[in-house]
Design a protein around this ligand. Structure first.
Ligand code: XMP
Length: 515
């Protein structure tokens, strides 16, 4: 999609913070995109950036395989800000020197501003605690540059050329632990690069609707609405652009939470007037899953069944030329990251192969958005809040939450316990502060007593985590009284479950899901 107004290009040299830089810039109202540092000059110029930010990197600039970028960027006449490795690269490319034996600095460090006239440090405290993470340090600045800041271990922690069009800082302003970090980024964007803050959900919707209308023309577009936030926002956006030309399908795979399919159908058919077909394919999915215990095998079966059912449904719209997908920016960055796609620990579910098979072109209106931006666009489109703030739900659904063999009985136990847990989290207003919460049915039976009888029944585990992006997570410290209440309700209301446990593992070493 063509971006709308001013924009920042972030060149990624492999830092763990690169995405964070893009998010911060967008939070300041300026559109930002990430390209790998290996992007050609032509690609960089085609993006027409108003300013460029060079990310950090775990590498050393002198390493034989050190990541580099097209050196011509320094002659494009666009303001450049180098962060950490970005600073060292500026020095390396423009005639400065980097010392590999410098004192390392990891974590908090104190920075002192040396140049009172620096626009980058405008309204920044003279001393501030900042986040450092570097081995090498600058030992000689390029000619024409001056020092703008230092720290006890980095005498050259900030440099700039005479007109501050090329700037480097050794610390990470994008990290929340850096005091005044947003001030620095804001100074770079507005005081130095003179960009306009014109990135808002409304602008995005307007530009995207225009784009989709032009792309789709008079053709039919199909969309599988899973019930997740991403596909929902994508569908409503496309619907706003082309109305009845959009044909949505919601497939119940028999692995949804209680009431989920009904809610999807109600919200999108009744509330938005979207043309939505509902297909109950639970028998097909559950019969193919019979006797299967291995989670990866479950994922594969579900992925394949999904494509089979969707192809069948899409046959009804033979003339369709496009398929909507709710791909979001982290998925895109992951697949074209400088480090290469990161190791897949669990194979994730997608519609791979379907577009080719059916000769469909993809419409991915959310490709450039982070999750929180997707939510804001959803709100601006009028999608109800209780739908927008939904926790992520895995593609294979409850299949990976019934450990071992899946039976309808276990699915029902799981749905009942899960519904109580979520209902209580909502009632106590604990849901929004939780990243994900769910129940898991364990493949063991334990002894219990009911009246005078000994019973052998399944165990259910409750899992609730806090997280920013799902990459790392901590278990939620839910109040004991709350857990006691949920456990009581489950024991009293769900026949077949007498023991409830709460998962207190963080990720890593555990994962969020159990399978
Ligand atoms: P883990 O369990 O790997 O989960 O810590 C991280 C996030 O990914 C979700 N997840 C999945 N999503 N298909 C999906 O679409 C899957 O197979 C799958 N496995 C895990 C998980 O719910 C969490 O949000």
């Amino acid at each position: 999609m063509a971006h709308i107004g001013d924009s920042v290009l972030i060149l990624d040299f492999g830092s763990q913070y690169t995405q964070l830089i893009a998010r911060r810039v967008r939070e300041l109202g300026v559109y930002a995109e990430i390209l790998p540092c290996t992007a050609s000059l032509a690609e960089i110029e085609a993006f027409r950036p108003g300013a460029i930010i060079l990310s950090g990197s775990p590498s050393s600039v002198y390493a034989p395989d050190a990541p580099k970028c097209a050196p011509e960027i320094f002659r494009m006449g666009k303001p450049i800000l180098g962060l950490c490795y970005g600073l060292q690269l500026i020095a390396y490319e423009l005639g400065g020197e980097v010392d590999k034996s410098a004192r390392r600095e990891y974590g908090r460090a104190e920075i002192m501003v040396d140049d009172p006239n620096s626009r980058l440090f405008k309204d920044f405290p003279p001393h501030a605690k900042v986040w450092m993470s570097h081995g090498d340090a600058l030992s000689k600045i390029p000619s024409g540059f001056h020092v703008t800041a230092h720290s006890p271990n980095s005498p050259l922690a900030g440099i700039a050329n005479a007109d501050e069009s090329i700037i480097g800082i050794q610390f990470h302003p994008e990290v929340a632990h850096t005091e005044g970090g947003m001030q620095i980024l804001s100074n770079f964007l507005f005081a130095i690069a003179k960009l306009r803050a014109d990135w808002s959900p409304e602008d995005f919707i307007e530009a995207t609707v225009r784009d989709i209308t032009a792309t789709a023309g008079a053709e039919t577009v199909i969309c599988a609405l899973s019930g997740g936030v991403d596909s929902a926002v994508a569908a409503v956006l496309v619907h706003r652009a082309i109305g009845k030309q959009l044909k949505c399908i919601h497939i119940d795979n028999g692995l949804m939470r209680r009431g989920e399919s009904a809610e999807v159908v109600h919200t999108f058919r009744d509330h938005f007037g979207i043309d939505l077909d509902f297909r109950d394919a639970s028998d097909l999915f559950l019969s193919r899953l019979e006797g299967v215990s291995d989670p990866e095998e479950k994922r594969k079966i579900i992925g394949k069944a999904f494509i089979d059912v969707l192809s069948e449904e899409a046959e009804k719209f033979r003339g369709a030329r496009f398929l909507v997908q709710g791909t979001i920016y982290p998925d895109v960055i992951e697949s074209r990251s400088f480090k290469g796609p990161s190791v897949t620990i669990k194979s994730h579910h997608n519609v791979g192969g379907l577009p080719e098979k059916m000769h469909l072109k993809l419409i991915e209106p959310l490709r450039e958005l982070f999750k929180d931006e997707v939510r804001n666009v959803g709100r601006a489109l009028g999608i109800p809040e209780h739908f927008i703030d939904r926790h992520p739900f895995p593609g294979p659904g409850l299949a990976i939450r019934v450990l071992g063999e899946i039976t309808r009985k276990k699915l029902e136990l799981l749905r009942s316990a899960d519904a109580i847990f979520i209902e209580e989290l909502r009632a106590q207003e604990l849901y929004p502060s939780t990243w994900q919460a769910f129940a898991v049915v364990l493949p063991v039976q334990t002894v219990g007593v009911m009246g005078d009888e000994r019973t052998y029944e399944n165990v259910v585990a409750l899992r609730a985590v806090t997280s920013v992006d799902g990459m790392t997570a901590d278990w939620s410290r839910l109040p004991h009284a709350f857990l006691a209440h949920v456990s009581n309700r489950i024991a009293n209301e769900v026949r077949g479950l007498s023991r409830v446990v709460y998962d207190i593992s963080s990720k890593p070493p555990a994962t969020i899901e159990w399978e």
